[in-house]
Write a protein that binds this ligand. Structure first.
Ligand code: AMP
Length: 280
């Protein structure tokens, strides 16, 4: 695996692959890699000649400075995992090469997508996500982009960014990878102590509860039950939402639309998110 620090060097590398008729896949990450990230690397490896991963903890997407300061970093282990999974190149930029002109605020017209769920609880978060992905795709103009369903709303936001900026990349969404008890893998799980880690699985249990009762209960009742379950497990809830594929909250099922349950909640200082398709 080749490791790049300079933007010009990795841009040349990617352009050379394209000149030789090869396809490139790109997996942007913030490091502290786990099987969720590696599944995207493998998905890319199966469909592309070259797979590029980036590790950059993007300051502009953190609305909470403590979350940024505490973001885990495990670079040596990340490099070993990437090499073992067949990743071709790793881009490890510093902040000034991603933001040569400082953190200039750019406004991306995300509209409704930026105002609900994560957008409403983390103001500015998706603007920061768009800023970094927009920049990374300029540096790494890959054929294919791989994102995880774990960050469902983020996938929709990046789809909107690609459409809006007409970026010539194809978006692929990989399934959420879970621990054996169902907890969605996340770099933030490292911040849970043993007791919190045991309780964290309740998010998954509540999502499966909603899915298992979807066809026999009112959505409003399921949402209320979910809130009770999470509170009993000690969570402080940001939201429990049942939405259609446009992220519009659903009060009742129309019998056709795909319904997604989305949860964001804190266990002490650690904020966890997860989602599941509950209608089929
Ligand atoms: P992050 O490093 O958290 O910014 O995540 C980088 C990419 O990995 C994003 O596209 C995430 O959605 C994806 N990802 C994170 N956790 C998982 C998971 N458990 N399963 C699948 N993809 C994931």
């Amino acid at each position: 695996m080749i490791i790049f620090h300079q933007t010009a060097a990795i841009s040349n590398y990617v352009e050379n692959q394209h000149r030789n008729g090869l396809h490139t896949g790109f997996v942007p990450t913030m490091g502290a890699l786990h099987e969720g990230h590696i599944s995207l690397i493998r998905q890319s490896g199966e469909a592309n000649n070259i797979t590029i991963c980036s590790i950059f903890v993007n300051p502009t997407q953190f609305n909470n400075p403590a979350d940024f300061a505490n973001y885990p970093s495990t670079l040596e282990k990340d490099i070993d995992l990437l090499e073992a999974s067949g990743c071709s190149a790793l881009f490890l930029p510093n902040t000034s090469s991603i933001y040569p002109d400082g953190y200039k605020t750019i406004h991306y017209p995300l509209g409704y997508l930026d105002s609900v769920l994560e957008g409403s609880f983390r103001p500015g978060h998706f603007q920061g996500v768009c800023q970094v992905v927009d920049r990374l795709l300029q540096i790494i103009p890959a054929t294919n982009l791989y994102l995880g369903q774990k960050d469902f709303q983020q996938c929709m936001v990046i789809r909107a960014l690609i459409d809006y900026k007409k970026i010539p990349v194809k978006l692929h969404i990989g399934a959420t990878i879970r621990e054996s008890d169902g907890l969605a893998m996340s770099s933030r799980n490292m911040r849970l102590n043993a007791e919190e880690r045991q309780r964290a699985v309740q998010i998954y249990r509540t999502l499966t509860f909603i899915r298992d009762h979807f066809h026999t209960h009112k959505l409003k009742d399921l949402q209320e039950q979910a809130i009770i379950q999470l509170k009993q497990a000690g969570f402080k809830i940001d939201y429990v939402s049942l939405c259609n594929d446009k992220l519009e909250a659903q009060e009742r099922w129309d019998g056709e639309s795909i319904v997604q349950a989305l949860i964001a909640a804190y266990l002490n200082e650690v904020r966890l998110i997860d989602n599941m398709c509950v209608s089929n």
